[in-house]
Ligand binder design. Structure first.
Ligand code: CTP
Length: 408
């Protein structure tokens, strides 16, 4: 992926042991296609050398506002004007306090003050001891920095370099990378609560076996991530899959279709968009036994009977909130043939305003997919791409469709 292609990031390092993570972050930003200009405070140079950061970023690292190498001797202007964002990671308690007061006594502080407020956002990843983080002065500074338009990526929790345990660690490089990528996505779903189902369900036959399907959950997790990137509050109801929860997404793990229905019904009361990507098992065994079914020696298989599972998407789409589109319902259709005809028929049968068709066997477990959008106005071919790219496009399509609803 090249989610940061064309972006130029000024990566500011301030004094803190988390500087070692900034090296990894720099690499991660470059891998996503960004160019990175590193600027370090004198305190940061106590923790990691400019040589390391220069080698990783492939650019001269600057530290002093008196550096004579800039022909006009105005590094703070030159470097801030070309940036798409200034990211300070780690941002020490001291640097937060300095930012708050608009101090301009070193190059990084100068740049933050001199940056054009409207076009060069300031993103900070605080890192400090838990007592420093919890101190009213730091919390006060944070509130004021947010009020001044700074984006604060929050802190991690756990073991600290000082030996204490608590809040204040810098987020991990991968988490910060995801947050930076999300920052640049259009915020088309701010104020929405998006509920997503994902993965297969597992229908128990007995305590040791059951029936399920090959859905990996990747499309649903990509939808949840894209909705969160677009600014929505997101709840992901996931069947049994081993995927990491996207940043900032609330997750409810379930096993069977009945569990999934119950979780969805609870969350749907406050949701404004429902996206059903789960491959819900169509049937479950009529009787799940609480002991393992043994071979009886006759050579014949047990006589299993099945009952149909409730249709979660249809239940939501045909509920009063679904019908009024206060809960805008989006279904996925996994087909093996006649995609368009089957998707159109399925949309009408389920009562969902928007249905997304894909060929099941070609997508299960894969990282890419090809989608066909079907709604009351017609059909749109979204082509083939990675699931995350398609998910972002689909979120934009959904946002455009709920706009008239929210204008009323
Ligand atoms: N779905 C659901 N609950 C079910 C079955 C399906 O919520 N019990 C949802 C899926 O999450 C998907 C859509 O309905 O959004 C279509 O699922 P699909 O498996 O393609 O369709 P089925 O309803 O199972 O129809 P068929 O087996 O006839 O293709």
């Amino acid at each position: 992926m090249n989610d940061l292609a064309g972006k130029h990031i000024v990566l500011g390092l301030t004094g803190g042991i988390a500087c070692y993570k900034a090296a990894e972050l720099c690499r991660a930003l470059l891998k996503e296609g960004a160019t990175v200009q590193v600027v370090m405070t004198a305190a940061a140079e106590q923790f990691i050398t400019p040589v390391t950061m220069q080698a990783l970023s492939q650019r001269t690292v600057y530290g002093s506002q008196w550096d004579p190498r800039a022909p006009n001797n105005m590094l703070h202007i030159n470097l801030s004007r070309e940036a798409d964002a200034i990211l300070i990671a780690p941002c020490s308690a001291d640097f937060m306090a300095r930012l708050l007061h608009g101090r301009a006594d070193d190059l990084l502080g100068l740049m933050c003050l001199a940056r054009p407020l409207d076009t060069v956002p300031l993103l900070i990843a605080p890192a400090m001891n838990r007592e420093m983080w919890a101190h009213p002065a730091t919390q006060r500074n944070m509130a004021q920095l947010i009020a001044d338009g700074t984006t604060i990526f929050g802190v991690g929790s756990g073991d600290q370099a000082c030996g204490e345990t608590g809040d204040g660690r810098m987020l991990e490089p991968q988490e910060l990378l995801d947050d930076v990528i999300a920052f640049f996505q259009p915020k088309t779903l701010t104020g929405q609560h998006v509920l997503v189902t994902a993965g297969p369900t597992y229908e128990a036959i007995d305590p040791v076996r059951g029936i399920t399907n090959l859905s990996s959950g990747k499309m649903g997790f990509a939808m949840a991530r894209a909705a969160r990137e677009a600014g929505a509050e997101v709840t992901l109801v996931a069947g049994p899959v081993s995927l990491a929860t996207p940043r900032g997404v609330g997750r409810v793990d379930v096993r069977s279709a009945l569990d999934m229905l119950q979780a969805v019904q609870e969350k749907a009361a406050t949701a404004t968009v429902f996206i059903a990507t789960a491959a819900v098992a169509d049937w479950r065994p009529a009787h799940a036994t609480d002991h393992k079914i043994k071979k009886d020696g006759s050579g014949s298989a047990p006589n299993l009977s099945f009952v149909e599972n409730p249709d979660i998407l249809a239940a939501m789409a045909q509920s009063p909130r679904g019908q009024s589109q206060a809960l805008y319902c989006v279904g996925f259709a996994a087909e093996s043939h006649d995609l368009l005809a089957n998707a159109q028929a399925k949309r009408l049968r389920k009562g969902a305003p928007l249905l997304v068709g894909n060929i099941g066997p070609a997508t299960f477990g894969q990282d890419d997919n090809a989608l066909l959008l079907v709604d009351a106005l017609g059909v749109k071919d979204m082509g083939r791409a990675s699931k995350l790219v398609l998910a972002r496009k689909l979120i934009a399509e959904i946002a455009a469709r709920i706009k008239p609803r929210d204008k009323k």
